[in-house]
Design a protein around this ligand. Structure first.
Ligand SMILES: NC(=O)c1ccc[n+]([C@@H]2O[C@H](COP(=O)([O-])OP(=O)(O)OC[C@H]3O[C@@H](n4cnc5c(N)ncnc54)[C@H](O)[C@@H]3O)[C@@H](O)[C@H]2O)c1
Length: 368
């Protein structure tokens, strides 16, 4: 199959969908790779490395979309990319469609087979292609929060770790999934006072087991949320309902009740964010103040550490992408229910229930 790798155009997105080692693997399977010149630059991977691995380097995104039947990307297509997509083309990337009705309708009207990394789901409910990026975002969230708490960033001016004779920071983590778990581990590792909330008792038990005695776990309900959020120096939003918009756990009123200069790092901004006050930001301008609370809501946090993230992402996506190239999307989805769960649009129909519900678009469950 002819596989295309365009350069990501989202602001500050430095990842690329395949590494040179991945290119070699595609070639071993008899496929061709068309890579946009400079696609790996942000991850410090040169065209020469890709070329040596066997990729054909093309200049301009148009040539890549034109040449390929399967497009591998990192982030959802942005407006300038819509017109490059061709009917019947398979697009495998993070989509987050519940966040964009415009993109959803574009993919449908252009009859793209759109498969979202974030809803490829194993039988046990886990999300293998979201997990590595959530690991990165969760770990980064504590660094981002520590920076936002500094006075020049608008924060209350505390050193998150504290020092002898001065209290350590209080961190509340909403969601004990992959991102929340990694945030909790990073925070506990710094010796912070950590409270983590989830609606899933098994996830809470897991965090408690792993970080033995170094975190408080609380069932997520209104009363516990209030109690844990109000006194926190740093709140991390890491909740997810797969395929749907994030639940708004933090009302404007609750945000207002936090101490001025406290910080919210809303990781789940890519699904709309878990606070009424959240709107997306970028790496160039990552923070804003609302109701006295510093908000950090960068929708592509792993883009800050592109080398780590590119390798982590491609480690996870490569086998699925290879299957799509080896057998075609219909056979691949028919043989692997996890991959089938990732299909959002096919043959002009919307196949994800949560997205259909969000936008009131008729649902056509996938038949493969
Ligand atoms: N901003 C970024 O750059 C970035 C990067 C990676 C992931 N993410 C996002 O981070 C979020 C979390 O991803 P994940 O992989 O950790 O998901 P996950 O499924 O592993 O964990 C989500 C957790 O949220 C819990 N949850 C659901 N509703 C809840 C509620 N009302 N109260 C408390 N907990 C609740 C679930 O039980 C689950 O344990 C997603 O929105 C994902 O898209 C963002």
């Amino acid at each position: 199959m002819r596989v295309g790798i365009p350069t990501e155009i989202k602001e500050d997105e430095n990842r690329v969908a395949v590494t040179p080692a991945g290119v070699e693997t595609f070639l071993e399977h008899g496929h061709e790779i068309f890579l946009q010149a400079g696609a790996g630059r942000g991850s410090r991977l040169s065209d020469e490395e890709f070329s040596a691995a066997g990729a054909t380097i093309l200049s301009g995104a148009g040539a890549v979309y034109e040449a390929a039947d399967l497009i591998l990307k990192v982030k959802e297509p942005l407006e300038p990319e819509y017109e490059l997509l061709r009917s019947g083309q398979v697009l495998f990337t993070y989509l987050h469609l519940a966040n964009s009705e415009i993109l959803t309708r574009e993919l449908l009207s252009r009859e793209i087979v759109a498969i979202g990394y974030e809803t490829v789901q194993l039988e046990d409910g886990s999300l293998p292609l979201l997990a590595p990026m959530s690991e990165v975002a969760g770990s980064l969230s504590i660094q981002a929060g520590a920076r936002a708490l500094e006075a020049d960033a608008g924060g209350k001016g505390i050193l998150l770790r504290g020092i002898s004779g001065v209290r350590r920071g209080r961190v509340t983590v909403l969601g004990a999934g992959v991102a929340g778990f990694n945030a909790s581990v990073a925070a506990a590792g710094l010796g912070l006072e950590v409270t983590v909330l989830d609606v899933n008792a098994r996830r809470l038990a897991y965090v408690r087991d792993v970080v033995q005695g170094h975190v408080n776990t609380l069932m997520s309900n209104r009363a516990n949320l209030r109690e844990a959020v109000r006194p926190a120096d740093l709140v991390i939003g890491a909740v997810l309902i797969p395929g749907a918009r994030a639940p708004k756990l933090l009302s404007r009123e609750l945000i207002r009740q936090m101490e001025p200069g406290s910080v919210l790092v809303d990781i789940c901004v890519d699904q709309g964010g878990c606070a009424e006050t959240t709107h997306p930001t970028t790496h160039h301008d990552p923070r804003y103040l609302e109701e006295g609370v510093v908000h950090y809501a960068v929708a592509n946090m792993p883009g800050a550490v592109p080398q780590t993230s590119t390798y982590a992402l491609t480690n996870a996506t490569l086998n699925y992408a290879l299957r799509l190239a080896d057998c075609g999307w219909e056979t691949a989805a028919a043989e692997d229910p996890a991959l089938a769960r990732g299909v959002h649009c096919a043959r002009g129909a919307l196949t994800q229930a949560a997205v259909a519900e969000t936008f009131g678009i008729p649902l056509s469950p996938l038949e493969v």
